[in-house]
Design a binder for this molecule. Structure first.
Ligand SMILES: Nc1ncnc2c1ncn2[C@@H]1O[C@H](COP(=O)(O)OP(=O)(O)OP(=O)(O)O)[C@@H](O)[C@H]1O
Ligand code: SF4
Ligand SMILES: [Mg+2]
Length: 340
């Protein structure tokens, strides 16, 4: 008798799409692995065989501690990984595999198909170019607009992200704007060519709490208006759950849990996710100390499950084999030996 090999997440997702008659998702990441040349004290593989998808207009939240591979995953979608990075697997976007693109095709993909906003807009903006001219430049490059039309459109875009006096602000240099306003300007620039996917890497982390909330509101509003799909990254589960339909929890280069926001909060299955939920202030008792997950992500990975040196449930079996990501309820995936 033949024993069927366990289905991969990609195969299960294929079966779901076929069963529900759903259209092909906008983005499908299949067994993506990102590695760097070996160096002392550093793991070579920073992202290990991850598979996930984003439907058109869907918001996916990616959450996990510093160093778990969130930014590397995002940079891979944009063709912006450091040159030394080795990429394996496939990134299907709108029917083509991005890992096969030429440098020229990547340049046309960026900005037009997918755009990215970063934690610190100053790293993405040109400090010696007026904000309006920078946005206009994107429109000149991708849409063939004249500089003059591009600039008028830039002013409209600044107004659409609720920047007061947009005509005046379009004449400013990035350093003349406040942090929150710079972030709005970068979002306007990212949305200039109406990309199908917006990748937002910790876009609110550097801002104070009130401005953070305003930027999240803005992203929600734009997503509803334009139906842009979003991959939203944060180390903060509370922030991610404000915006995402589905959440992917990463730990040490792997996806450990992947579910809708509702399922993840109602029924968190991975001990790491359970820990993250416990760290949220509103989940603790008033006045009680905030729970923190013991240990840190750094250092050498333990054998078997990568979370085994921090997991309260770890046993010898956990240290022997790495758990695969399995679908344990409809579209609820988890990688833990102890979850049935
Ligand atoms: N150029 C590089 N060469 C080798 N390893 C790298 C390089 N850049 C980053 N890394 C490693 O890749 C891993 C993943 O980094 P990444 O920036 O994706 O983490 P992150 O989840 O975005 O963290 P943070 O929350 O701090 O932004 C880290 O362990 C980091 O040390
Ligand atoms: S496999 Fe074991 S160590 Fe890993 S998360 Fe599950 S219980 Fe913890
Ligand atoms: Mg990062």
């Amino acid at each position: 008798m033949m024993i069927a090999a366990p289905a991969s997440v990609a195969e299960i997702q294929d079966a779901h799409s076929q069963a529900s008659g759903a259209a092909t998702p906008l983005l499908r990441v299949q067994d993506l692995t990102i590695a760097f040349p070996a160096a002392v004290g550093r793991e070579a593989e920073v992202v290990s065989s991850i598979s996930y998808e984003i439907g058109a207009g869907e918001a996916l939240g990616v959450v996990g501690e510093s160093g778990c591979g969130k930014t590397m995953t995002s940079l891979a979608l944009m063709g912006l990984l450091p040159p030394a990075a080795q990429v394996d697997g496939a990134i299907w976007f709108d029917g083509r595999d991005l890992t096969k693109l030429s440098a020229r095709a990547w340049r046309s993909h960026r900005g037009r198909d997918a755009a990215m906003v970063f934690q610190e807009p100053m790293t993405a903006m040109n400090p010696v170019m007026r904000v309006g001219d920078q946005i206009a430049e994107v429109l000149v490059r991708h849409e063939g607009m004249s500089k003059r039309d591009g600039f008028s459109r830039a002013v409209q875009l600044l107004a659409s992200v609720h920047i007061p006096s947009p005509e005046r602000r379009a004449q400013d240099y990035p350093h003349q704007l406040s942090g929150g306003m710079r972030q709005r300007a970068m979002i306007a620039m990212a949305l200039a060519c109406r990309p199908k996917l917006l990748v937002a890497d910790e876009p609110t982390t550097a801002l104070d709490v009130t401005v953070q909330a305003q930027i999240l509101d803005l992203m929600l509003e734009l997503q509803e208006q334009h139906g842009t799909a979003i991959q939203f990254i944060s180390h903060n589960l509370a922030v991610v759950s404000e915006i995402a339909h589905r959440i992917m929890v990463m730990y040490s280069g792997r996806i450990v849990e992947y579910a809708s926001v509702g399922d993840l909060f109602a029924n968190p299955l991975h001990p790491y996710t359970q820990g993250l939920i416990k760290t949220l202030p509103e989940m603790g008792q008033p006045g009680s100390d905030l729970y923190t997950i013991p240990g840190t992500i750094g250092g050498k990975r333990p054998p078997g499950c990568r979370f085994s040196n921090r997991c309260p449930l770890a046993d010898a079996g956990c240290r022997q084999a790495e758990p695969a990501l399995r679908e344990v309820a409809p579209r609820h995936y988890v990688a833990c030996h102890k979850v049935n």
